[in-house]
Design a binder for this molecule. Structure first.
Ligand code: NAP
Length: 519
């Protein structure tokens, strides 16, 4: 059916829909205009435009899509098109096909202006109306705020004051990048500002970790298999370790990192999201509010430390000079743009408890850091030891508690460790692993997180986005730690050599003979 035959008056009919291709759900996506605020920025060039290309390649985009980039620098439509072409060629996970790329870039526009200028938003309003007219129907609108956080509220305000948050019975959605808030207070203020014009159902706060296949597989593992859930509680689980280790430093982002630090950069969002998905009760449906209700409940069960408890529950560190991957690395305080007396943490480790019936007494240890010995994100669930070892007297050695390891990156998969008998006359036990690797089990490449998330935002499915109350609960957990660290301007920050596993002080968080897993 031709795209122009669609009646604008009948929003229930979606004849221009393009059912999604195999591998993705067959759900309709309406014709849409995507406006990227910050279209020339690093995120847009490295992630958003390549993600749009890959969606186009898979036939997952609607028949009709228009793309508007906004930035201060003066660019023509053609200039923006060429930048987009170059970015896609450079960063797409698959080599672009010329016909698909030309098709995607046909509907590309650029507006130059500053986010605080009324004139820019007048131009935008005019352009969006023209696109509706030239397309022959009112388009859904996705406003993607790929800008510094200080502009989020101001942009929504500009859109709202002009009534652009509503559109002729079509959907208007706003995707907001991270970080959402700097602390609990600022997150509340930002929620308040954004929800002044928008309904929560229109807001899509990104945490791109939730778009990763392995993170969603955590839910599949727990709720699509009968054998994990019965042991998923305080009776069988001894403790959990969540690691998000990076071998890279801060790159050229000293300005951002100096005011953020490891706790804000990774713990408040990604790591606590992993913890919530790992510990929440089973949702009744894989639906946005059902899932987020469960995450919220479990986040609210994590008791934030009182100021006097912070030192015993949280360790911060900073990398000193060292060697990573065979190359010399300077100390954090010697990196360009970093203050010589900086107290920003490049490493954070926490011990948290989930105070509810299922998890009472189980410690959750989280650690993240820059310039560690290798890049690894994993969740390691360690079960309690067996209550009685019948063959102990026969000289059994090497019996270890079972572990379930979920690797989020780099080698995505799940591994379960079991005790097995070493062949021979004696009853000697050794841990062996049962493994599942995404790469070998599914012969297709996983889509990038942003592909899934952009598509979900276009469809209005907020399941993998963070709700307003959830974001405040996340900040509520780290806020007392941030405050205590900020207030403490005297005690030395633990140092660790670049290329190591982090500061030795992190071991003080683990009780009862437990140890951090080797990096
Ligand atoms: P960036 O490279 O600095 O890009 C900022 C964009 O906004 C540019 O297009 C810039 O273009 C435009 N811009 C800046 N000030 C403007 C103004 N006053 N008026 C109009 N346009 C303006 O930033 P980024 O790295 O893409 O990050 C964008 C957002 O995504 C941030 O919130 C960041 O935290 C988040 N994020 C980024 C990444 C990443 O990998 N980069 C990852 C996760 C989250 P002009 O200079 O031409 O105006």
């Amino acid at each position: 059916m031709s795209a122009t035959s669609l009646s604008v008056q009948d929003p229930s009919r979606v004849p221009d829909d393009n059912p999604l291709v195999e591998g993705l759900e067959r759900l309709p996506v309406r014709s849409t205009v995507i406006v990227i605020f910050g279209g020339t920025g690093d995120l847009a060039q490295r992630k958003l435009l390549p993600a749009l290309y890959n969606l186009a390649h898979e036939g997952a985009l609607p028949d009709h899509i228009e793309l508007v980039g906004i930035a201060r620098r003066p660019l023509t439509d053609d200039g923006f098109r060429e930048r987009a072409r170059e970015a896609i060629g450079r960063f797409s996970r698959r080599a672009p096909d010329a016909a698909v790329l030309d098709g995607l870039l046909r509907g590309v526009h650029h507006l130059s202006g500053s986010f605080d200028s009324d004139g820019l938003f007048d131009q935008l309003q005019e352009l969006l109306s023209e696109l509706d007219v030239s397309t022959g129907r009112a388009l859904n609108r996705v406003f993607y705020l790929a800008t510094a956080p200080e502009f989020f509220a101001a942009i929504v305000d500009q859109l709202g004051r002009r009534g652009m948050h509503e559109h002729d019975g079509r959907e208007v959605r706003v995707v907001i990048e991270k970080p959402f808030g700097y602390d609990l207070e600022s997150a509340r203020r930002q929620n308040h500002a954004v929800l002044h014009y928008l309904d929560e159902s229109q807001v899509f706060r990104i945490d791109h970790y939730l778009g990763k296949e392995t993170v969603q597989n955590l839910m599949a593992l727990r709720f699509a298999n009968a054998f994990f859930e019965p042991v998923w509680n305080r009776n069988y689980i001894d403790h959990v370790q969540i690691t998000a280790a990076e071998d890279i430093g801060i790159g050229g982002r000293a300005g951002y990192y100096e005011s953020a630090g490891a706790l804000r950069d990774l713990v408040q969002n990604h790591m606590l999201q992993l913890l919530a998905l790992l510990t929440m009760e089973p949702p009744t449906a894989f639906e946005a509010n059902r899932l987020r209700d469960e995450k919220l409940k479990v986040l609210e069960a994590i008791v934030p430390p009182a100021p006097s408890e912070v030192a015993a529950m949280a360790v911060r560190g900073q990398y000193s000079a060292g060697v990573v991957g065979g190359s010399e690395s300077p100390a954090y305080r010697s990196e360009e743009g970093v203050a010589a007396d900086s107290r920003t943490e490049t490493f954070a480790a926490l011990r948290l408890h989930v105070s509810n019936w299922r998890w009472a007494g189980v410690p959750f240890y989280l650690r993240t850091g820059k310039r560690l010995s290798r890049k690894l994100t994993e969740i390691a669930v360690t079960l309690k030891p067996v209550p009685h070892l019948a063959f102990q007297s026969s000289g059994s050695v090497g019996v270890q508690s079972n572990q379930i390891i979920l690797t989020v990156q780099p080698d995505e998969g799940v591994s379960v460790s079991l005790g097995a008998k070493i062949p021979g006359a004696r009853m000697r036990i050794r841990p062996v692993n049962m493994e599942f690797h995404y790469g070998t089990s599914f012969l297709s490449e996983s889509p990038e997180a942003y592909e899934r998330l952009i598509l979900d935002a276009m469809r209005g499915d907020a399941t993998l986005f963070t709700r307003n109350d959830e974001i405040e609960a996340l900040w509520g957990i780290v806020d007392p730690i941030l405050s205590a660290w900020h207030a403490d301007t005297r005690s030395p920050i633990a140092q660790y050599p670049a290329g190591s596993a982090g500061p030795v002080e992190a071991a003080t968080l683990l009780e009862d003979g437990r140890a951090w897993r080797r990096l």
